[in-house]
Design a binder for this molecule. Structure first.
Ligand code: ADP
Length: 206
């Protein structure tokens, strides 16, 4: 199965994509995680992407597509994978259609107000990329999965979140129509607790 998780920043794509990956035994391809890794390693690609990411803009299609093609060519993607944060533009979606056949697109539905609220409390693990919310962390400051000290992502600053939302509406939201036309879109409401949303995601993938 090749599955896309679509939705604005902060909609829970990463969290729900990872759960489905664990259940299905297929890898999660997060272009955001891949880009942050390239930055950490100070590769030429990472250096090229850094300014755009920090400002909340998309990095150029050509760069993301090159990176994704390389990852998809690895043997663990042969039987399927979950795309998290890709495609984000119509050009990326068209390119992806020439590489694999997409089976289903899960669209996580959330209001801009709810996003702003979630991003304010988001903390992430710089080592394993797990994501948390301060409301559920209590006084814990380290990652439950690997013990690393959690951080606030630079691009989760409120001004940058606004920029990312504007980018989402202008460049990524049109993909809802793109995949609806192909009959692949299943929209899921993100209202309520994580478990309730996870159950709806499972239902959408049946
Ligand atoms: P979120 O889903 O919370 O916005 P991501 O980790 O998916 O965060 O992405 C972080 C940043 O990485 C984006 O704001 C963008 O700059 C860059 N990025 C990630 N995926 C893509 C993509 N497919 N195309 C262009 N830029 C991307």
């Amino acid at each position: 199965m090749y599955i896309i998780f679509l939705g604005p920043p902060g909609s829970g794509k990463g969290t729900h994509a990872q759960r489905v990956c664990d259940a299905m035994g297929i890898p999660r391809l997060s272009t955001g995680d891949m880009l942050r890794e390239q930055i950490k390693q100070a590769t030429p690609l990472g250096l090229e992407a850094k300014a755009d990411i920090d400002a909340g803009r998309l990095v150029p299609d050509s760069l993301v597509i090159r990176m994704l093609r390389e990852r998809l060519a690895q043997p663990d993607c042969a039987n399927g994978c979950i795309f998290d944060g890709f495609p984000r533009t119509e050009a990326q979606a068209e390119e992806l259609d020439t590489i694999v056949g997409i089976d289903v697109v899960v669209n996580l539905d959330i209001s801009d107000e709810a996003i702003a609220e979630r991003m304010k409390g988001r903390r992430v693990c710089p080592a394993c990329n797990a994501s948390y919310h301060t409301e559920r962390l209590g006084d814990k400051t380290d990652c439950a999965a690997c013990g690393t000290e959690l951080i606030l992502r630079k691009d989760d600053a409120p001004e940058t979140v606004l920029a990312r939302l504007a980018v989402y509406h202008a460049q990524t939201q049109p993909l809802i129509a793109y995949y609806t036309k192909k009959g692949l879109l299943r929209s899921v409401s993100t209202d309520g607790e994580v478990e309730a949303v996870a159950a709806r995601v499972r239902e959408a993938l049946r």
